[in-house]
Design a protein around this ligand. Structure first.
Ligand SMILES: Cc1cc2nc3c(=O)[nH]c(=O)nc-3n(C[C@H](O)[C@H](O)[C@H](O)COP(=O)(O)OP(=O)(O)OC[C@H]3O[C@@H](n4cnc5c(N)ncnc54)[C@H](O)[C@@H]3O)c2cc1C
Length: 364
């Protein structure tokens, strides 16, 4: 029988590979990128992500992560602030994902980079450059990319995610330090926070129609957003873009949580976004990815099949994913000012919502 194979080397796949290797299992991880790559992501590491990282032997602060302890919600000239009920951090995905892969290799996992899996068929994994592999067990960790033969049953949403790094003006950097900010605007919102080296990550989610109004061009959308949001304009005043063009992603199936079905293979475990997709606003997708990767691998090591794992994880994820969906829908709606008004009227609300949309407690 072949090794266990992890398909995809994001946080969920790397966490599964680390756990399997640490448990003495032979494991091969296939990742299609040949080297470090940034991803569309707000780069916010919640408490659950930080605790999973330390369980895997990694310390975000040593990787250069910026500490985050509070949140600011801004719409036009109105703003609300609240402390987060946990410690959090900002770290770029290229830095995080590479550190996790290096950790998996150090624990004994075999990594093959630059290898794309084409499909799963009758228990076999077909790849572009490594032939066909018959794994003992497979871990589906391909994030938003579905594999032929193992597609998720999802409804793609109409949101587009856009991410850009900036070198901000020192005054904006000082203002932002310690905060994650959400700036609301018509048909969307953007997260702002610092990552290692003091760069600013602007990660926006916009309805497709808003992008189409600007001819599908980031270079026209950004000035429109800055004109609408004085806060964004202040944050980006004299900021220098660090990428030639933004990274983009579309068709995000927010709210998806995998449901185990009759006939699912007992040795194919879904992890990360293949298991559940929490709206980005919650900033908990990485935590879920790490936790599900670790949990699936632990279940596999203990001889527990995928169906029981999928059922347990579905129960754990339904509530935080659903609640995050409600907040996300409000922040995208015509009533988005209610989110700011309620957060101002109830000073503890931001912290409470941050706590309720965590997956961690349920996954422990
Ligand atoms: C706009 C936006 C903002 C977000 N902001 C945050 C945030 O601030 N904090 C947070 O916690 N979460 C955030 N998330 C969610 C988070 O990015 C994801 O939940 C997380 O990346 C999921 O991890 P994963 O390992 O499942 O997938 P991924 O991180 O997507 O990794 C999948 C990996 O699989 C590889 N792969 C794909 N297909 C194949 C194939 N066929 N063969 C081989 N390899 C393959 C890819 O190259 C990739 O490396 C955000 C998401 C979006 C869209």
């Amino acid at each position: 029988m072949g090794p266990d194979v992890v398909i995809g080397g994001g946080p969920s796949g790397a966490a599964a590979a680390c756990t399997l290797a640490a448990g003495g299992q032979r494991v091969l991880l296939l990742e299609r990128t040949a080297g470090p790559a940034q991803k569309v992501c707000g780069d916010f590491l919640s408490a659950g992500a930080l605790s999973s990282l330390s369980a895997l032997g990694l310390d975000a602060a040593s990787l250069g992560a910026e500490p985050v302890g509070a949140m600011r919600l801004v719409l036009g000239s109105r703003r609300a602030e609240g402390r987060l009920p946990f410690r959090a951090a900002g770290l770029s995905r290229a830095r995080l994902d590479e550190a996790l892969l290096a950790r998996a290799a150090a624990l004994g996992a075999e990594l093959q980079r630059g290898v794309s899996v084409r499909r799963l068929r009758d228990g076999a994994i077909e790849t572009d450059r490594a032939g066909e592999i018959r794994p003992a067990a497979a871990f589906l960790a391909t994030g938003k990319h579905d594999l032929r033969g193992a597609r998720r049953r999802t409804e793609p949403g109409d949101l587009v995610g856009l991410k850009m790094y900036f070198d901000p003006h020192p005054a904006a950097r000082a203002d932002l330090r310690g905060f994650v900010e959400i700036a609301l605007f018509r048909d969307g919102y953007a997260g702002l926070q610092l990552v290692e080296g003091g760069r600013l990550n602007l990660c926006a989610l916009v309805r497709r129609r808003r992008l189409e109004e600007c001819g599908g061009s980031w270079h026209r959308l950004l000035p429109a957003l800055l004109a609408e949001s004085p806060h964004l304009a202040r944050r980006l005043a004299d900021a220098r873009p660090c990428l030639e063009r933004p990274l983009a992603v579309a068709g995000l199936p927010y709210g998806f949580v995998h449901r185990a079905a009759e006939g699912d293979a007992s040795s194919v475990y879904r992890v990360g976004d293949q298991m559940g997709v929490i709206p980005s606003l919650a900033g908990d997708g990485i935590a879920i990815a790490l936790r599900t990767g670790r949990q699936a691998a632990a279940d596999r090591l203990a001889g527990r099949g995928a169906a029981a794992y999928h059922r347990r994880l579905r129960r754990a994820l339904i509530r935080p994913v659903g609640l995050a969906g409600v907040v996300h829908a409000l922040c995208l709606s015509r009533h988005q000012e209610w989110a700011v008004a309620a957060s101002r009227a109830m000073p503890g609300l931001i912290g409470m919502l941050a706590a309720w949309t965590r997956s961690g407690a349920a996954l422990r």
